[in-house]
Ligand binder design. Sequence first.
Ligand code: FES
Ligand code: FES
Length: 169
Amino acid sequence: MPSRIVTLRVNDAERELIAKPSTTLLSALRESFGLMGAKRGCAQGGCGACTVLLDGRPVVSCLIPVVTVEGSTVRTVEGLADGDRLTDVQEAFVDHFATQCGFCTPGMIMSATALLDRNPNPAREDVTEAICGNVCRCTGYEPIVTAVLAAAERRRAAEGATELTEAEV
Ligand code: FES
Ligand code: FES
């Protein structure tokens, strides 16, 4: 199969590349678009370091031929913060020392973000299940789980405050 042009919406911008059938989404992000947040760990689907959101769902981008996701929406860790303003999940990772070498962190943050987007009130087991495909060799996972639970609490509090304000208007 020859190379072809693939168009994606990445972090709210239209992006295009010429891809071979074997070009992965991870390679497209890193080598064609210069987005180095998603990491290449095992390149076999086993470590989660390359996790990004594809149409809102967490996927291991090292296993996805980019030609198969033409027209999709992709969010990487670079597309989370609003300028200098980190997301609740990112802030909680900082506050709870949930990162050491940082190699797993972008993938962890994307998996945690996807969890909180679909379940703002996760139990501890929901968090461990959501990150079960993300390998961390440094932290022992405990600070990561604590950070995700803290982010969920922070998000619920913020949403509660917004509802209150709207009710007062
Ligand atoms: S690099 Fe994709 S799962 Fe390990
Ligand atoms: S912080 Fe080093 S692998 Fe997770």
